[in-house]
Design a protein around this ligand. Structure first.
Ligand code: SF4
Length: 340
């Protein structure tokens, strides 16, 4: 069965007074129906710009330069604004990091949910809107929904506001939900509740989820596959279990070494990735991770590594794995695994 979403060679830039910021530089991946995929990377990796390109919600200075974004077989890049408006909210929904700034502080939450229903189905009567609003608030476990639907956003906690946002995102039963750091602003126990809720709703509604985050731990909770981005490119793609058991790309290893684990040796120190992300106005000719990579060689700085298939559902963009890397320049060639 074809993927629900298929992104091919996407390039997105922003025009600034300092030059063209090449935020996404040729990204390809797909999401199957009912699948949950995480996109992980630090700030400036291109993960948020990728999903804003899918939704065609780029700032006025943003441009999709190349590539296609096939959703249900239609190229979203070629759709008119009106056609995109019909798709957003109805077939593709989104939730963002800060529910307070996404909700209108002057309108009761119940009305905000029913307005979302009405925006996509003008034939709904008031009674039907109210009935479905209550169903949605129950679905996301808002206590006493009949009473709470009349409350304003400031009368809700951060976790409850995020539940309202999820209810709004699910109002039209989308086939794809894009969630951009939806748990970052929440404390850990609430974060856990929201992730459990999303997992349950995904099973009930059968939608696909694209989860954007800088936190690999969050991805492990919800996703079956992960895409690691850096410098506007996909560095590694892998089923989630294999990524944790055997990360292949040096950047992925760096990310994993920098997060704590409850099972790890307490004496082991976390290792941050030294250095900072590349200048995307003048992106490097070679591997964008080269200045921070402990394995970098001459070729890494001069030539962009090719994408190498490492197995079923696994790929990496690294000279360590490229079969055609010059032997003299790759001390790992023939030695099997990366020595990290
Ligand atoms: Fe490191 Fe070179 Fe691989 Fe880039 S291509 S991650 S610099 S080894």
């Amino acid at each position: 069965m074809p993927n629900l979403l298929e992104i091919n060679r996407l390039k997105t830039s922003f025009l600034t007074s300092g030059g063209e910021v090449q935020a996404v530089r040729g990204v390809s991946f797909g999401i199957g129906r009912g699948e949950s995929v995480g996109i992980v990377g630090e700030s400036g990796s291109g993960k948020s710009v990728t999903f804003l390109s899918v939704l065609r919600l780029l700032a006025s200075t943003g441009r999709i330069r190349e590539g296609e974004i096939l959703f249900e077989g239609r190229d979203l890049v070629k759709l008119s604004r009106r056609e995109m408006r019909d798709i957003r909210g109805k077939q593709i929904s989104m939730i963002f990091q800060d529910p307070m700034s996404s909700l209108n502080p002057l309108i009761p939450v119940g009305r905000q949910v029913s307005e979302m229903l009405w925006a996509h189905d003008r034939g709904l009567s008031r009674a039907e809107q109210e009935k479905r609003t209550l169903e949605l608030l129950r679905m996301v476990k808002i206590p006493e929904p009949e009473k709470r639907m009349k409350s304003f956003p400031h009368e809700f906690s951060g976790g409850m506001r995020q539940r309202v946002m999820i209810a709004m995102a699910l109002a039209c039963r989308p086939s794809l939900l894009i969630a951009d750091e939806p748990t970052t602003a929440l404390d850990v126990s609430i974060q856990d509740q929201i992730l459990k809720l999303m997992r349950r709703l995904q099973a009930e509604v059968g939608m696909s989820i694209l989860f954007i985050t800088h936190d690999l731990g969050v991805v492990a909770e919800l996703c079956s596959r992960v895409i690691v981005m850096y410098g506007g490119l996909v560095m590694e793609e892998s089923p989630i279990d294999e990524l944790f058991a055997n990360p292949r790309h040096p950047y992925t290893r760096g990310l994993l070494n920098s997060i704590p684990s409850i099972t790890q040796d307490k004496a082991r120190r976390l290792t941050p990735i030294a250095g900072s992300p590349p200048d995307m106005i003048h992106p490097p000719a070679g591997c964008p991770f080269a200045p921070r990579c402990p394995y970098a060689r001459v070729i890494c700085e001069n030539r962009l590594p090719p994408e190498t298939v490492l197995g079923e559902g696994r790929r990496s963009m690294c000279w360590l794995h490229a079969p055609d890397a010059p032997a003299t320049d790759n001390p790992f060639k023939g030695e099997g695994e990366v020595r990290a």
